[in-house]
Design a binder for this molecule. Structure first.
Ligand code: DAH
Length: 336
């Protein structure tokens, strides 16, 4: 009788495997494990087994019972899942996997370049590792200016630093080129800032410089207004606020109206309706002197813009840190 057990087990497992639906398997469960079931009746036969074989017989039946009941449970569960998901259609084309896409900041920089290119600006560039001369001295920044502080700037070695702004590219371009000049310079900037929802130690700026005869602040405002409308839509407004920068006089800071909340106030604009984009102004004559341009002959405007800030209003992002965290749940929302 002991030898029959293996055969019973094999047959039972075969039947369980080939059960097609829930009711088949429940019937089988009754036939095998129910009160009148095969395995139950085997248990009842223990007294008929010679006494010396009983322990082994009992043990084998109990193992059989637990194997069969586990198998029934797992087959039942998998039949339930496939009833829910339906049958596999092997003719379906494979789902495309995500190939990755451009980072929203790189894509926006390209859009910005495109808009300025259409207005006659060329693209210039400069190194991320700058000298103090280009980043500060040539930009008329006094020795005791707070931006030079070691708590604000990443110094690498004596006289070299990670550029804190794209403005040094202005100097590099003017050193090499006679006016008129009309350039933009996109690039990364670095500052020792405390990281929070609107500040990071690493961010992107696009610098702009226009030098020619008869250039005015009104031209600058016109340019930035057209730019803002092309990037953010026709409804956007722009405002200038008086400010100070060592390399421009007069200087302004400029804001774009918050298109996310239609200026009603939200977390991106800090409930003010306006988002600060960066600074701008008329090039200071001291800067022209430094690069050998005659300030009586040439006038110019310059501006910087914070690309992350623009991206935040354009895409409704209320935390600048998201741009650098490489979280796929964030990045997958952009398709460029
Ligand atoms: N470089 C400035 C900053 O990062 C922004 C800026 C202000 C750029 C005035 C300019 C300018 O070109 O004219 O805060």
């Amino acid at each position: 009788m002991i030898d029959d057990i293996d055969q019973i087990k094999n047959e039972a497992l075969e039947k369980i495997k080939s059960a097609k639906n829930e009711s088949d398997i429940l019937d089988l469960k009754g036939q095998l494990l129910g009160k009148q079931g095969l395995i139950t009746s085997l248990l009842k036969k223990i007294p008929e087994v010679p006494i010396e074989d009983r322990p082994e017989f009992g043990k084998k039946i109990n193992i059989l019972k637990s194997i069969v009941s586990d198998k029934i449970d797992s087959q039942l569960a998998s039949l339930k899942v496939s009833a829910k998901t339906g049958r596999i259609d092997s003719t379906l084309p494979a789902r495309a996997s995500w190939l990755g896409s451009r980072h929203p900041i790189s894509a926006l920089v390209d859009q910005i370049i495109h808009v300025f290119y259409g207005m006659g600006f060329e693209v210039a560039s400069g190194p991320d590792i700058e000298t103090e001369y280009y980043n500060f001295d040539a930009l008329n920044t006094p020795d005791d200016h707070p931006s030079r502080d070691i708590n604000d700037t990443f110094y690498i070695a004596d006289g070299t630093l990670l550029r804190t702004q794209t403005s040094p590219v202005q100097i590099r371009v003017m050193e090499k080129q006679e006016p008129p000049v009309r350039i933009i310079a996109p690039g990364r900037c670095y500052r020792r800032d405390t990281i929070d929802a609107s500040h990071h130690i690493l961010f992107t700026q696009v610098e702009g410089l226009y030098v020619d005869k008869d250039v005015t602040l009104a031209d600058l405002k016109g340019l930035l207004t057209i730019f803002a409308k092309r990037i953010l839509g026709p409804e956007v407004k722009i405002r200038f606020r008086p400010h100070f920068f060592p390399f421009t006089e007069p200087s302004v800071e400029y804001d774009f109206s918050c298109m996310l909340c239609n200026m009603k106030g939200c977390s991106v604009c800090g409930y003010t309706g306006w988002v600060e984009i960066s600074g701008a102004g008329m090039v200071d004559p001291a800067v022209f002197n430094e690069v050998g341009y005659d300030p009586d002959k040439w006038k110019g405007y310059a501006f910087g813009m914070g690309v992350e800030r623009i991206a935040m209003i354009k895409y409704g992002i209320n935390d600048i840190r998201l741009f650098l965290e490489n979280d796929l749940r964030f990045l997958k929302q952009f398709h460029f």
